[in-house]
Design a protein around this ligand. Structure first.
Ligand code: ACO
Length: 382
């Protein structure tokens, strides 16, 4: 095999089909089960998009009501998950906290330790597990942020839908509809993106016939990295470092001279701009207005302008979502866990798809280590 035949990072390699979403960098579009993501973000609650990703269709009013009923049933933080989180040091990264929480939920689902394809992992059961995980994640993320701030947990409210209740459990205040709407849009935009690193990780784990929870835990590990989901957190660190729009040019020149990657820019698939950015930027704009923070918009625009004009590399979804989550009041360390709460819908849709037409994912490698050699003194037995 020649160097030219090796596709490092699997760049450009098509490994399977999927009906969950279509990313088209040529037309700068992203479809979930055929629907443009911008249309979904403008018209749907996150719950309806979760249903779409899992089932292939937007829900009828009755189906949406049923999903909301089940989601409410599983919203509260399970006692054993709370106890497990409490064992962790306060300095633990929230991604590790959420990963641990999902692991506890998996280990507590005593029918769930089996494989995705055997009796403990029928499509119906895996859908039920997916819904329960999606329902429990907001409480886990909210509990983590409140615990780090030494605040008591806030019980969920049955009169609030998913996004409003998520904000309620995090901040303990009735959320403003403008904020709920912006947050709901971000949840929809983060929900699914074909064979990205974390989703592919989930599919690899599923392909061994491991269980749904193990696949989600592995996906969380992949999402944590700053080249993937961790970038929304990293963007905020950059904003904090720069401070204000006037500092953008000297900061950027120094960063580029040090060959630093500027988080929130660039994408493996989109080279002309991320299809999700305009929608998330519009949501950020409404938050900037709501919180009266033109300084945030000024910094955002200045860094985007200076970086794009120098490098021709465009912002990805993490660029507008980082400052948006900051304005809403989330701690920077909580940003990537928010991504989990959303992406768990896409991951589990892919896990079920992979399980439905499985082939073990096992690529080849080209060996470039030492030639064959032998252990001194070894004598082959006759
Ligand atoms: N800052 C500076 N330079 C960059 C950036 C960036 N953000 N992104 C790409 N480049 C440069 C690279 O240094 C490289 O330059 P070179 O050819 O001179 O070495 C060239 O552009 C190609 O970059 P690669 O990293 O090889 O491209 P790849 O397709 O593998 O990377 C990636 C995509 C990992 C997302 C990259 O753009 C990056 O690291 N961005 C910052 C992290 C980030 O924002 N990740 C979020 C992804 S989207 C999401 O998860 C929602």
């Amino acid at each position: 095999m020649t160097e030219n035949e090796i596709r490092k990072g699997l760049a450009g390699v098509v490994v399977d089909t999927t009906a969950v979403s279509k990313v088209n960098p040529e037309t700068n579009s992203l479809l979930y089960r055929g629907y443009p993501v911008q249309e979904l973000a403008a018209t749907q609650p996150f719950e309806a998009v979760a249903h779409l990703l899992w089932s292939g269709e937007l829900p009828s009013p009755e189906q949406l009501a049923e999903l909301r009923r089940i989601e409410r049933e599983h919203r509260a933080l399970p006692d054993n998950v709370r106890a497990a989180i409490d064992l962790l040091p306060l300095e633990a990264h929230p991604m590790d906290e959420v990963r641990t929480a999902v692991s506890v939920i998996g280990a507590s689902d005593t029918a769930g330790g089996g494989s995705v394809l055997d009796a403990s992992g029928s499509p119906e059961e895996n859908l039920a597990r997916s819904i329960r995980l999606y329902a429990a994640l907001p409480a886990i993320v909210a509990y983590g942020q409140r615990r780090r701030r030494a605040l008591d947990p806030v019980e969920p409210r049955d009169d609030l839908d998913y996004s409003a209740n998520f904000l309620w459990m995090t901040f303990g205040e009735e959320p403003d509809p403008v904020v709920v709407d912006a947050f709901n849009r971000s949840m929809i935009l983060y929900a699914e993106h074909s064979f990205n690193a974390s989703t592919f990780t989930a599919r690899v784990v599923t392909s061994t016939l491991s269980d749904l929870y193990s696949a989600v835990v592995a996906a969380i590990g992949a999402l944590k990295g700053p080249l993937h989901g961790g970038a929304n957190e990293a963007v905020m660190h950059i904003f904090d470092e720069i401070g204000s729009a006037e500092n953008v040019v000297p900061w950027l020149e120094a960063a580029l001279a040090e060959k630093r990657k500027i988080m929130g820019f660039g994408h493996r698939v989109y080279k002309k701009g991320d299809s999700r950015v305009p929608t998330m930027k519009a949501a950020l704009d409404t938050l900037v207005e709501h919180y009266d923070r033109p300084d945030v918009a000024a910094l955002y625009t200045a860094l985007e302008h200076e970086f794009v004009s120098r490098k021709g590399i465009y912002p990805n979804l993490d660029y507008p979502s980082g400052p948006a989550y900051n304005l809403i009041g989330f701690d920077t360390l909580t940003f990537t866990p928010l991504f989990i709460a959303s992406r768990v819908t896409g991951w589990t849709a892919h896990i079920m798809e992979q399980a439905g037409s499985n082939a073990l994912i096992r690529p080849l490698s080209a060996y470039n280590g030492p030639d064959e050699r032998h252990v001194e003194g070894y004598v082959a037995s006759a």
